[in-house]
Design a protein around this ligand. Structure first.
Ligand code: SF4
Length: 247
C-alpha cells in the first residue's frame, strides 16, 4: 500500500558515499553477507563513520587523511534518494556505510516512507549508536557488527554498553562478527554472555577482501560455528566480484 502522503518526507539531506563516476552510491545487487545473503537488494551507502577499523574496506567513507571528502561525499535530498531507490523496482533495501546510524535522525523519515511502500529494510551498523524509536519501527532487520580487538579500535570506542544492550533486546537483530583468527571467538563468547545475545542470532564471518582470505577463514570458522551454535556467513560479493565498489 502506498501511504507516502501520510509520511511526508521533510526537506532533509543525507550525506552519501559517491561512486568514482560521481553518482551517489545507490546500486542494485545481491546481499553479499549475513542473514539475507543472496537476496536481490538495493544498497544505499551513507558516508561518515565514528570508528577507524584498520581493515575497513570502505575507508573512502571516513578516512580523510587518505581520501578527499569533497570527492567522496555527496549530499542528496531524501526525495532524490527515494526516487533512485524506487527506480530499481526491488523492495529490499540495505542501508550501509560507513556508519549509517550517525545520520539516523535525518534517515528515519526516508526509512519510514519506504517501509510504508512495502520495503524490507536492513541496516548495517557497528552497534555503537542505539536506534531511535522511528528507526526501530521502520527497520525490519538489524545487522549489528560489533568490532573486536582485531579492528585496532580501542575497546571503549567499539563497545558501547547502552547501544549493545538496546540492540540485543531487538528480536530481529543479528550480530555479525568479523573474525581474523580462531581465538577471536573468545571475545565473541564474552560479548554474547555480557549482553545475553541468543547464539542463533550470532553470525561469524571471515575478515578479508580476497577470495583466498575468505576461503582460508571459512575452513576453521565453520567448526567454531558448529561447536557454539552460531551461524556462518561467507562474503559472497568478494567471492564473485572481488573487492569492487558498487557490487
Ligand atoms: S565500523 Fe565499519 S565502516 Fe566504520 S571503520 Fe569499522 S569497518 Fe569501516
Amino acid at each position: 500500500m502506498n501511504r507516502a502522503d501520510e509520511v511526508p518526507l521533510i526537506a532533509e539531506q543525507l550525506k552519501l558515499s559517491r561512486q568514482p563516476s560521481g553518482e551517489p552510491e545507490i546500486f542494485h545487487s545481491l546481499q553479499g553477507e549475513g542473514h539475507s545473503v543472496g537476496t536481490p537488494t538495493v544498497f544505499l551507502r551513507l558516508a561518515l563513520c565514528n570508528l577507524t577499523c584498520s581493515w575497513c574496506d570502505t575507508k573512502y567513507t571516513w578516512d580523510w587523511a587518505n581520501f578527499d571528502p569533497k570527492k567522496e561525499i555527496l549530499s542528496l535530498s531524501l526525495e532524490a534518494i527515494e526516487e533512485r531507490i524506487l527506480s530499481y523496482d526491488c523492495p529490499h533495501l540495505v542501508i550501509t556505510g560507513g556508519e549509517p546510524m550517525m545520520q539516523q535522525d535525518a534517515l528515519a523519515p526516508l526509512a519510514l516512507s519506504l517501509k510504508d511502500k512495502g520495503f524490507y529494510i536492513e541496516v548495517e551498523t557497528n552497534g555503537t549508536l542505539a536506534p531511535n524509536a522511528e528507526m526501530n519501527s521502520a527497520v525490519s532487520q538489524w545487522n549489528v557488527s560489533p568490532k573486536l580487538a582485531n579492528s585496532g579500535v580501542a575497546s571503549d570506542r567499539r563497545e558501547v554498553p547502552d547501544a549493545l544492550t538496546a540492540f540485543a533486546e531487538i528480536e530481529t537483530a543479528y550480530f555479525k562478527f568479523v573474525m581474523a583468527q580462531p581465538q577471536d571467538v573468545n571475545e565473541v563468547l564474552t560479548l554474547v554472555d555480557r549482553y545475553a545475545i541468543p547464539p542463533q542470532q550470532v553470525i561469524l564471518m571471515p575478515q578479508g577482501t580476497t577470495r583466498k582470505a575468505i576461503e582460508e577463514g571459512s575452513q576453521w570458522m565453520t567448526d567454531l560455528c558448529t561447536k557454539h551454535g552460531f551461524r556462518f556467513s561467507t562474503r559472497m560479493h568478494i567471492l564473485l566480484w572481488g573487492d569492487k565498489r558498487g557490487r
